[in-house]
Design a protein around this ligand. Structure first.
Ligand code: ISJ
Length: 385
């Protein structure tokens, strides 16, 4: 095959890809129209039966075109997730027009290329407006700037599929005067990044934030006794790697490219599916529509007697409220007393939930609602193909 033939084929592929993007943008615009119908008719945004019928039809049609079911399913699950999350964000904006203004001042950890920045871009890509990014060097700074009005929102990583819960953030939530108003999950693909021409065998030092170190512990053990230097954020790790000979940083391929570092090894995380969940905090709570899947987060401390945690949790069972997370942390100042963090699939505006939370007070010493927010961890419909 000549170069000319290759160029022609690539030109054709480019055109098809552009056409696909035009169609995807058109599909998204049309699905925005569906939100108006759902608002006017008080219908849930998500329609799983419609999604299932759509996927089955597309998989069947795909087969007739020689495209396998797995491929078609994956492509369209991504499209559906985008469509549903966009519609949910539009509904929320409609319900909270003043709180979700045209400018979003957002604090997050690190600067250019930090995983928090990528998650921030993902979250606000569905919430049109001017984004003013405020990179911070600690979780405390992130919430302090929200508390004192220098920022409208703050983004905090709360858990990761490889390293588990981020305790520092759970502890911060015990006293920060902020409300959880949203969440976003982001897939984190850790790479070893170094100055161009570097080789793995020449490295003597690795820079990273403690989280990437924890999430890539197995890979790092295999490298032997290289020096590990912890940094405030992935962005500062990248800067240190840039200026230190024979060193590397752990970060995303894109972040490395932005600052001129090359990927010398990819897929470093202990789990191949390495995702982080971030919470979005604001000074005041937002209302959440009953037309979208909702989470409520709270902290509670139970009475110091046998069975008190079980009694408290039974209330959720009795009111048919699904508990999706339970985490315990020591109470500051009372070393052997625990405070429990609970995530519920629940909307505070729901009477059943209000009653359950009233009953919970009777079985606990202390309850504080951390926030009620739109759930962005969508369960994909499953198709039998
Ligand atoms: C667009 C709609 O809303 C949601 C998104 C869908 C889509 O993008 O195709 C399908 C079903 C709903 O979960 C709809 O109900 O048709």
């Amino acid at each position: 095959m000549t170069n000319d033939v290759l160029n022609t084929l690539r030109h054709d592929i480019n055109e098809i890809d552009s056409d696909l993007l035009v169609l995807l943008a058109k599909r998204r615009r049309i699905s925005h129209g569906v939100v108006e119908y759902k608002i006017a008719n008080n219908k849930p945004i998500r329609d799983e039966a419609r999604e299932l019928a759509l996927l089955e039809k597309l998989i069947g049609y795909g087969k007739s075109l020689g495209l396998d079911a797995y491929y078609v399913n994956n492509v369209f699950q991504t499209i559906l997730e985008d469509s549903v999350l966009h519609q949910q964000a539009m509904l929320q904006k409609n319900l909270n027009p003043d709180a979700l203004s045209e400018t979003h001042r957002v604090t997050y950890l690190g600067g250019q290329g930090s995983y928090s920045q990528l998650a921030c871009h993902k979250y606000f890509s569905r919430r049109p407006g001017k984004l003013i990014e405020i990179g911070c060097t600690s979780f405390d700074e992130i919430t302090a700037k929200v508390e004192n009005g220098q920022a409208d929102f703050g983004l905090l990583p709360i858990e990761n599929t490889s390293s588990g819960s981020i305790n520092e953030v759970f502890d911060l939530l015990q006293h920060a005067q902020v409300s959880i108003v949203g969440e976003v999950t982001h897939s984190v693909e850790h790479c070893l990044l170094a100055n161009p021409g570097s080789e793995l065998s020449q490295l003597t030092k690795i820079f990273a934030h403690p989280q990437p170190f924890a999430q890539c512990s197995r890979f790092l053990q295999g490298l032997g006794d290289l020096q590990h230097e912890t940094c405030d954020s992935t962005s500062s790790a990248l800067q240190s790697a840039l200026s230190t000979p024979n060193s590397a940083a752990i970060g995303s391929a894109q972040a490395g490219k932005n600052v001129g570092l090359e990927v010398i090894k990819s897929n470093l995380a202990n789990q191949s599916e390495n995702h982080s969940r971030f919470i979005v905090v604001a000074r005041k709570p937002l209302q959440v529509s009953n037309q979208i899947p909702t989470k409520t987060s709270l902290i509670m401390s139970t009475k110091q007697q046998a069975g008190s945690l079980a009694d408290a949790l039974m209330i959720f069972k009795q009111h048919k409220i699904n508990l999706v997370k339970l985490e315990s942390r020591p109470t500051p100042g009372n070393p052997w007393e625990e405070v429990f963090y609970v995530d519920l699939e629940a909307n505070l505006a729901d009477n059943q939930v209000k009653t359950a939370l009233e009953e919970l007070k009777e079985h606990t010493q202390y309850v504080r609602i951390l926030g009620c927010y739109q759930s962005e961890t969508l369960q994909a419909v499953s198709v039998n193909s």
